[in-house]
Write a protein that binds this ligand. Structure first.
Ligand code: ADP
Ligand code: MG
Length: 260
């Protein structure tokens, strides 16, 4: 059992404070959804946990089984077991999927002998055309194909925790179902923990979250079970933004927020 712990995380980007104190704990096998409107800081949260340059952490910690992730470069965080599926996956001309995974397996001391066959099997499992596997990573792929390609990587790398930054963006319903099901299988097969960032409910209909958190203006203003996503669908983010002005302390419980 592993634990990813985000404690009091405050982060600035380009001189502006974007995350205003985030607390979140994800255990192996759990699916946590973080939902929030545009500009709430969702991608910032994923970037800070993964170690994208340019984000200045001014307070707080991110711990993986007690190890300070913020002290490590992104590649060491990946080796420690964190995997980010970016909202807009990067294109890497000249590097194929098998090249990339061979390096990644090598760096982890994993045997690469059966890798090409394993890639083919994963691709078929999520309906990613094997004819596209020889292309440079994500180059000339549609939005949906990129996310399927990223999901193949995720499935083979078997991280302890996956952060999905709007896995649903650019995906049609079929691709969404295939990718979400593969992620959910990993939570059962390898006990992967998931932090699924989204602003629509439709991902959550496929990837059943155990916990839902609402992120508004760099703060988690409510946490609960899947019913919180249904509440959000009915009432919109405004219900959560009201009463949580910029300088108000974050409301941390669903009950408090709707108390009269
Ligand atoms: P979300 O993913 O929830 O839509 P983001 O985390 O992408 O939100 O952005 C939150 C805020 O931080 C926005 O106001 C955005 O303009 C700002 N921001 C994010 N990244 C950068 C950056 N690299 N440079 C400047 N501003 C940024
Ligand atoms: Mg975003």
């Amino acid at each position: 059992m592993s634990t990813l712990e985000i404690k009091g995380l405050v982060t600035s980007v380009a001189g502006k404070q974007i995350l205003n104190g985030i607390d979140l704990v994800v255990h192996s096998g759990e699916v946590h959804a973080v939902m929030g409107p545009n500009g709430a800081g969702k991608s910032t949260l994923s970037a800070v946990v993964m170690g994208k340059p340019g984000y200045v952490v001014t307070a707080g910690e991110v711990l993986l089984d007690g190890v300070d992730l913020l002290a490590l470069p992104a590649w060491q965080r990946a080796q420690a077991g964190i995997h980010l599926v970016m909202q807009y996956p990067s294109e890497v001309p000249g590097v194929s999927l098998v090249d990339m995974l061979t390096e990644a397996f090598g760096a982890r001391g994993r045997d690469t002998e059966g890798l090409p066959a394993a890639i083919d099997a994963e691709a078929e499992r999520i309906h990613f055309p094997t004819a596209l596997l020889d292309r440079s990573l994500n180059v000339d792929l549609s939005g949906g194909e990129k996310k399927r390609n990223e999901t193949v990587q995720l499935a083979l790398l078997e991280p302890k925790f996956a952060i999905l930054d709007e896995l649903d963006s650019g995906l049609d319903i079929d691709a969404l179902r295939d990718c979400a099901r593969r992620v959910e299988d990993a939570t059962n097969d390898t006990d992967m923990g998931v932090l699924a960032i989204t602003h629509y409910n439709r991902l959550l209909a496929e990837l059943h979250p155990d916990f839902v958190h609402i992120l508004v203006k760099g703060r988690i203003v409510a946490s609960g079970g899947p019913e919180l996503a249904d509440q959000l669908e009915r009432d919109g983010y405004e219900a959560f933004t009201d009463g949580a002005p910029d300088d108000a302390p974050a409301t941390s419980s669903y009950d408090d927020l709707f108390a009269v």
